[in-house]
Design a protein around this ligand. Structure first.
Ligand SMILES: [Fe+2]
Length: 282
């Protein structure tokens, strides 16, 4: 091999090592904050500007993820959100980490409440009643095929949540039963691809989902996610609209399987909800 070829190969080799090092050692801890406005169906003008902090898929590994979760809690509190929505997958293989995770999450402050749901990993390695009890003891409103209605500025808002879809028993009718058709409704559902099923029976919702991790590793510049998951193949990341309903999918905070992320940083999504009424006037 000539000297020039050797140097080229050595250069490529060190670039590959640096890229792998970044994906394994650096990016999984690099929390990002995504701020975006989302037009929410049925949102009355007096709730225009309501701010929701949304995150999920922590897959909490206490040995590696403690600094990341600390950063997350600090970032949420700095944003001073009106509501917090946590969209499932707290654990990777063992629900013994949930109390430790909740030690951190209990530090979150939200003006009008913290809401959470089951993810598929929580359903695989624990049971809904057990996870719900742990969250409720920490003041989190944990929704499994249920909803809560809260009043902000004398206006009603519903926050609904299903069981995990992959391995649970999601019940759309039970989840939304009792919510008036014109009440603005946030629907927390771990698996984004369930959106198509939900909107066939319920119009005018804003669904918030996780599950995909945005692909966890993406191809830079084009954003292609080579890895997809059951119930997370169609809606991988970002905002979507169907039958007058909206869906937002977050990239999540943690990692599943190998602790690696690439071009797909951990995410806290700060959603500012906009009212169609107000936007018409602007
Ligand atoms: Fe997940």
């Amino acid at each position: 091999m000539k000297r020039r070829q050797f140097l080229q190969l050595a250069g490529l080799g060190s670039a590959a090592v640096a890229t792998f090092g970044y994906g394994f050692k650096v990016e999984p801890g690099l929390l990002s904050i995504t701020r975006r406005e989302v037009v929410m169906p049925n949102l009355p003008g007096d709730l225009d500007g309501l701010r929701v902090a949304m995150f999920g898929d922590l897959h909490y590994r206490p040995d590696a993820d403690e600094p990341l979760v600390q950063k997350l809690v600090e970032a949420v509190n700095q944003e001073a959100p009106d509501l917090v929505a946590i969209v499932g997958d707290y654990l990777e293989h063992d629900d013994a980490v949930i109390p430790q995770l909740l030690e951190h999450l209990a530090g979150i402050r939200a003006k009008h409440g913290i809401f959470a749901i089951m993810g598929n990993h929580d359903g695989w390695y624990s049971v809904g009643s057990r996870v719900k009890k742990m969250f409720k003891e920490r003041g989190v409103d944990f929704l499994i095929n249920a909803h809560s209605q809260i009043t902000i500025h004398q206006t009603r808002l519903a926050v609904a949540g299903t069981d995990n879809v992959w391995d649970g028993n999601p019940d759309i009718a039970a989840t939304f039963r009792g919510i008036a058709k014109d009440t603005p409704t946030l629907a927390l559902i771990h698996e984004p691809d369930y959106f198509d099923t939900v909107v066939s029976g319920r119009a005018n919702i804003l669904q918030l989902s996780g599950h995909t991790h945005g692909g966890q590793c993406r191809v830079p510049l084009i954003g292609y996610a080579p890895q997809t998951v059951t119930w997370g193949k169609k809606y991988i990341y970002g905002e979507f609209e169907r039958r007058a309903s909206k869906l937002f999918v977050t990239r999540g905070v943690g990692t599943t399987g190998i602790r690696v992320r690439f071009a797909c940083r951990p995410e806290l999504a700060m959603l500012t909800l906009r009212s169609p009424e107000v936007l018409v006037q602007e």
